[in-house]
Design a protein around this ligand. Structure first.
Ligand code: NAP
Ligand code: HSE
Length: 434
């Protein structure tokens, strides 16, 4: 490929942590090939960090390090700002200022996009600049650009994903080795999968941000983090997983987004899925996104959802795409794709099947009482099994037909006031209509 007037594209990295360090490394390895790959050279002109004195920065020329954002903003030779510092502020201000001053932006910041995607994409559109964010969902797995470009000819009706590696690792260990949640979490922490504060992962918040972004792009209608119903994996037990396996299912933390005639469903929660489903085969810290389009049918994207080099792979892909757009004077080509305004359904109105594990008094009439509470609250039972009994307690496992969440909750509220029900141990949604 011919280089365009020996053009050099200059970028600034905001952040040199896990992802920033990976981007620096990957770009370094591409240096000599870039003129052939994209038709231009690429240079990291500045790197913004918090702490200039931090040891162990692996940069060839330390003079590119700065803690002064204005030195980047005011530098007219910087074409692309790569935001890999994370958090809401000052990341949001820096991104908006960069766009307003005519720079293109690449970001991996899902927290920011899930809350302020509309404002940021509008700013990019107004400026006629690129705002690319492939790494914000499922790290190294290409899914944003496939949705925005390759699959644009489809009406996408469902996107389902394992989009958090930490929780998938924990559930995988609970499944393969029979560990309880706390033991698997401790292992994930020891191995560096879980962060010191794992709340955002284990409570499903990280996955919910990714679901908000995926749903917005797949259905062309804005879904924000607060719209996504979120439930984590902290209540899942080894017993739930064992019983699920006996039924031919695995338990996964799934992000689910569906475009239905009544509105968009956007939710993150543990779910029993048949072990034959492609998502059930996604083990350890791997991620996958499964979707259905009217033309493409089912498609699944699989790979590493986080980590230094996998995430850098996505960020560098965006940088090179943006560089090409700069070279061909076509930045801002693909703007915000939300041209519809579809309401997001309330969780109470969503229909699911449920797996319930409950401890009840072991005596005559109890099963009939349980069945009548369900019956009185429009909950139809698909299957009910007595799993175990000891002393005066029996353990029941109930699988319901698809029912509205509000009806299930009404039943649970009645059970709470019944002395024959000793404990509702688990309530987990089940994939599919039958
Ligand atoms: P990280 O390791 O904590 O690194 C953050 C970097 O940003 C550090 O170099 C830090 O500077 C710098 N920084 C933070 N606040 C700053 C400020 N106010 N001013 C200047 N510099 C600042 O974070 P990370 O894991 O690389 O994540 C970065 C982003 O990528 C986040 O949005 C995250 O959600 C996203 N992401 C991460 C992964 C992953 O696997 N880690 C995967 C997908 C997406 P110092 O070095 O001086 O502290
Ligand atoms: N903490 C996330 C995960 C990676 O465990 O998948 C960053 O999105």
């Amino acid at each position: 490929m011919k280089t365009i007037e020996n053009k050099k594209i200059r970028i600034a990295l905001l952040g040199l942590g896990t992802v920033g360090g990976g981007v620096y490394e990957v770009l370094g390895g591409l240096e000599s090939e870039l003129p052939d790959k994209i038709g231009a050279k690429l240079e990291i002109g500045k790197i913004l960090v918090r702490d200039l004195t931090k040891a162990g920065r692996n940069v060839k020329d330390p003079s590119v390090l700065t803690n002064d954002w204005n030195s980047i903003l005011k530098d007219p030779t910087i074409d692309i700002v790569v935001e890999v510092m994370g958090g809401m502020e000052p990341a949001k201000t820096y991104i908006l200022q960069a766009l307003q001053s005519g720079k293109n932006v690449v970001t991996a910041n899902k927290d920011l996009l899930a809350a302020y995607g509309k404002e940021i994409l509008n700013a990019a559109e107004e400026a006629g600049k690129d705002l690319l964010f492939e790494a914000a969902v499922a790290g190294g797995i290409p899914i944003i650009r496939p949705l925005k470009q390759c699959l644009l000819g489809n009406h996408i009706t469902e996107v389902m994903g394992i989009v958090n590696g930490t929780t998938n690792f924990i559930l995988s260990k609970m499944t393969s080795e029979g560990m309880e949640f706390q033991e698997a979490l401790a292992l994930a922490t020891r191995l560096g999968y879980a962060e010191a504060d794992p709340t955002a992962d284990i409570e499903g918040l990280d996955a919910a941000r990714k679901v908000a972004i995926l749903a917005s792009i797949a259905f062309h209608s804005r879904v924000v983090f607060d719209d996504v119903y979120t439930e984590g994996i902290t209540k899942i037990t080894a017993t739930d997983i064992r019983y699920a396996r006996e039924m031919g299912c695995d338990i996964k933390l799934l992000g689910v987004a569906r475009d239905t005639p009544e509105g968009i469903e956007a939710r993150v929660h543990p779910m029993l899925i048949p072990s034959s489903h492609p998502l059930a085969s996604v083990q350890d810290s791997f991620n996958a996104v499964f979707l259905h389009g009217d033309a493409v049918d089912d498609a699944m994207f699989y790979g590493r959802g986080a980590g230094k080099l996998p995430t850098a792979s996505a960020v560098v892909g965006d940088i090179l795409e943006c560089a090409r757009n700069i070279l061909w004077s076509c930045t801002g080509r693909i703007a915000c794709s939300c041209y519809r305004e579809i309401p997001v359904k309330k969780m109470e109105d969503i229909r699911s099947r449920y797996f319930l594990r409950m401890q009840v008094e072991d005596r005559y009439g109890v099963l009939a009482s349980v069945a009548s509470v369900f019956g009185n609250n429009c909950v139809s039972i698909e299957k009910i099994v007595q799993k175990d009994r000891w002393e005066t307690t029996a353990e029941l496992v109930v699988i319901t037909d698809p029912v509205k969440e509000r009806h299930l909750r009404d039943s649970l509220a009645v059970f709470e006031g019944m002395s024959i029900i000793k404990e509702i141990s688990s309530v987990i949604r089940v994939y599919g209509d039958k």
